[in-house]
Structure formats: structure tokens, C-alpha cells
Write a protein that binds this ligand. Sequence first.
Ligand SMILES: [Fe+2]
Length: 398
Amino acid sequence: MENLLSGLSFYAPTRILFGPGKLNSVGEEAAQLGKKAMLVTGKSAALKFGYTDRVVSLLKQNGVDTVIFDEVGPNPTVKTVNLGGELARREGCDLVIGLGGGSAIDAAKYIAILATNAVDCWTIVDPGIDLERQPAPVIAITMTAGTGSEVSQFAVLSNPDLKRKDGTGKPYLYAKLAIVDPELTLSLPAYETAYSGVDALAQAIEPFTSVFSNPVSDMFAEAAIKLVANNLRTAVHNPGNLQARTAMHMANVLAGFSLTLVDTTIAHVMSEAVGAVTDLPHGLCVALSLPAVMEYNCVANLDKFARVAELMGTATSGLSKREAAMKVPQALRDLYQDIGLPQGFGALGVRDIGRIVELASRPGLDASNPRQLSSKTIELLVRASVDASMSYWAIGGR
Ligand SMILES: [Fe+2]
């Protein structure tokens, strides 16, 4: 409980509409927030499965006009977001709706700021300017069970010119409303389901094992870890199972809350570095960074990591706490094998280790990690995550 000595601040103002069929409410909800919406989405899933048209039609039925901005890729770039922001200002949009995974929702959050502030979006991240006007309200409609962006105060941007991927967390980055409808994930392909589900898992395990963890964040994190462990395999292999999809969507929201309370650790830092260098999807970068980080971190808090092993369904009876804690990396590898994820970045052609280490080693990014880090240990962790063995221990880490 020592973390409570410095107090606790829990601010999670996003209203959540959770459950199958909740997308149908988007028109009525939007009509209470604005007259002209910008719908921020990508060209793939939302369009392919007809959700873009469905949202436009539901808004129209409730007297809300829509401007579609469907340029968002796997990692929203500064250029794309600035274009969306200019369009929102030119069209006079007073509401922004993000439809898709974390990329579309993060882009929507920044575009909502640009709708009322004529600035370059990167200046919001670095150096972190003060806003002159409040952003337009955001409705976040999540089509993946992973990033938790719909309930968190975080949003990430890619800056390919600087080869950086960075975000910020501010109260004004909370969505006004999150529509979390598991029916939207029924059409999510197995691979995306797998890596976005592991992102949710990491967003629970990392805050749970962070030096800043507290009883409130732990409550959300424990529930999320258990839900992912019990449902992700089914959601991947039986995509039409609404029960498993609903459980994964709840895990996503709960992990989003744990992330809102306590930041992630070095696995997310490494994953953003890989994402900046390769443009691979966020969830995949997180998934492949996590096992080596667990090997490195587990000795720093045996109680917490032993509990993670238990929550993940590992048989821990008769084991010492140390033995149980050290089971976590293997539990992740077994999960990846079962859900069809690769066992290292090397299989995906990732080679630029130097730049990844440089980005992940910037000062201040490791403050929440349960075990102290140096550039040398980060380099070993990156190497272990690239190597197919994915073992920090196997390449000589202690
Ligand atoms: Fe994440």
C-alpha cells in the first residue's frame, strides 16, 4: 500500500454504452453533442463491413450531417491528422466520431483538437502546447478489443519524418462517449483479434506490475487479465462466439481503466519504438515486446508476477512465489502459439535494432517499470524480442 502515501487521482469521465447492439444509439447520442460530425475511420474493416455507411445513416436519421475522413492507416501520422483537422475546420464540424481500432480513435481525438485549434498536431505532443479552445466532443466507437483508447486519456501519433511514435495523456483527450459494441468485433480477422487482445492483456499486466500500481488499478487489471486468459483463444478460433467477443470487449475497457490510472511499462515503450521504425500495428508490437520484458521484470515483484501467472491459468499450486512468477513468460508464449502470433520480431523482418534501442532508451520513459533499466538492458530486451527464441534469459540477460 506504500503507493497510496502519495494519494490517488482517478478521473475517468467517458460515458460508456456497452453491449451488443449499442451502435444503434449513435444517432441519438450524436444529436445531443453536435450538428455536423466528422467520421474518422480507415479504409479497411469499417468500410468493408458496412459500418461507415451504417453510422452515416444512423446520424442522418437523427438530423446530424457527416463528413467522412477515411484516411487513417495502422499508425495515424502527423500528416494525416493535420489533413483531417484542416478538413474539420473548413467544414465547421462540431463533433468528431472515431470508428475503428485505436488508430482511428486516437486520430479522432487529435482531429477534435484541431477542429477548434488551428495548430500542427505534433506540437500537442512535443513540446506540449496549451490549447486556446476546448476540443470538439469525441464519440469513440471501437471495432477492436485492444487499445482501450475509447476510455483513456491517451492518444498516440506517428511522425515518420522524425521516425518517432509518441503520444500524450491529457484530460481533454478523453472521449465524451464510448460505444463499446461487441457485435462490431465479430468480423475482426483472427490475426487482429489475437494481437489486439494481447494489447489489452499488456495494458493490464503492465500497470498491475508497475511501481505506481494501486488497489484501484489492480482491481481493473486483475479482472482484465482473467477475462483475456479465459476468452482470447475462443475469440480467435471461434470468431462468431458473441460471449467470448463480449468478454474480450469488457477486458479491453477494464484494461483501459487500469491504464488510465497507471501508465504502462517498458514493453509499451519498446513497442512504440518498433512501431515508429516499422509501421507494424501497435498490438503486434506490444505482443512481441512483452515476454522478454516479463523475464526481465518478474524478479522485481514476485508477489505480483506470481499473481499474474495464477490469473493466466498457470498451475501454481505447490510452487514457490519465485517459481510461479517465472512462469509468466512461458504462459505468454503458449498463448501466442495457440492464437497464431509469431514468436519474435525477426519473423516479421525487423532488423533496425539500433534505432529501436535509441528510441526506447530516451530518458524518463522507464519511470513506471518495476525494475531499473539501462541502455544495455534495453538493448538486450530488444534483441531478445527480435530473436525467435524471445528469451532475455537465453541471450545472457540476468
Ligand atoms: Fe497498447
